[in-house]
Design a protein around this ligand. Structure first.
Ligand code: BTN
Length: 330
């Protein structure tokens, strides 16, 4: 067994006896390693942020685990059956979407997840960048291989928004609103963005990479001055920090649940949940599409997830892509 493996065993042992003091001798006997090795592993775990008390006659006691998204910690409380079971963790990476696409290209199975504590080249929609400072958000990408035609892939982006909304609501009590197609707003500002990338042939999807950036504990100063008026975080909305690890586990659980439901029952249940959480429908909007800017009232999303907007003359236009701005009532 390698060093990492036996360090993991020390952690697992302490975790199973959480709140109890375990002697160095017991650890060394049970795990068949020297007491010096036990001590070295304890030191390494402390450097990773685990709080471990050491007392001369009593031994070691695990007091707290860090709010890091280490794969072992994620796996320890994960309620999914397949999503996130193949997990790639990075302390820092360019873009988790980029890594996920490379993995998908080399055959990574459905449900593979790439998570990073920080991104140096986080990407947003329409070529924008995505601010991803260390340990303050949940920056992750999922590889999916849905058995649907490429035209239906955009339903997945709405599904992701529904799943993230459900996870945030159940974990924090804060109910985000969804701006079409999949921006999550809190207090009128963007708290989460989703970037969907797809590789497909004309009639079959090879894979979809669903990249989610959830602003958890960012302070106002973490955002650039241009983004600041438009962006927010769970910390800023709730006035308290939010533990990322259980929230991430809940995100994966909700994503798996909604994805399976979509594959079994189709888009209608997703559509209903999306409409319930929508802050777009019934509002005056301006839709910036490749064609023009169209103003009107957002009236519905259709059975494919496209946005229907009624213009001043009563004509209804259908959008499958575009950037929506909500116009404030004057
Ligand atoms: C948007 O512009 O609203 C989409 C933002 C998506 C950001 C996430 S963070 C994790 C993943 N990796 C990226 O480079 N982008 C997505």
């Amino acid at each position: 067994m390698g060093i990492e493996g036996s360090k993991q065993q020390v952690l697992d042992y302490l975790r199973r006896h959480r709140g109890e003091y375990i002697s160095g001798e017991e650890l060394s006997k049970k795990l068949a390693i020297t007491r010096t090795a036990v001590w070295k592993h304890i030191q390494a775990l402390r450097r990773e942020g685990y709080q471990i008390d050491a007392q001369t006659r009593r031994g070691y006691c695990l007091l707290s685990i860090p709010d890091c998204l280490y794969p072992e910690e994620v796996a320890a409380g994960l309620r999914t059956s397949w999503l996130g079971r193949n997990l790639y963790y990075y302390d820092e990476v360019g873009s988790t979407n980029q890594v996920a696409k490379e993995l998908a290209d080399s055959g990574a199975p459905e449900g593979t997840v790439v998570i990073a504590e920080a991104q140096t080249g986080g990407r947003g929609r329409r070529g924008r960048s995505w601010i991803s400072p260390p340990r303050k958000g949940i920056w992750f990408s999922v590889v999916l291989r849905p058995r649907v035609v490429p035209a239906q892939a955009s339903q997945l982006t709405l599904l992701a928004a529904v799943a993230v909304t459900a996870a945030v609501r159940s974990h924090t009590g804060l109910p985000p609103g969804i701006k079409w197609p999949n921006d999550l707003l809190a207090g009128g500002r963007k708290v989460c963005g989703i970037l969907t990338e797809i590789k497909a042939e004309i009639d079959a999807i090879e894979y979809v990479v669903l990249g989610t950036g959830l602003n958890v504990n960012l302070e106002a100063t973490d955002f650039s001055p241009e983004v600041r008026p438009l962006a927010t975080s769970l910390l800023l909305e709730l006035g308290r920090p939010v533990a990322r690890l259980p929230l991430f586990q809940e995100l994966l659980y909700q994503l798996e649940k909604w994805y399976e439901r979509w594959q079994e029952e189709g888009f209608e249940p997703v559509r209903r949940a999306w409409k319930e959480a929508s802050v777009t429908l019934g509002r005056e909007v301006a839709v910036n599409s490749w064609r023009d800017v169209f103003r009107g009232v957002a009236v519905d999303i259709d059975a494919e997830g496209a946005l229907l907007v009624r213009g001043a003359g009563g004509e209804v236009r259908r959008f499958t892509s575009g950037e929506v701005s909500l116009r404030t009532a004057s």
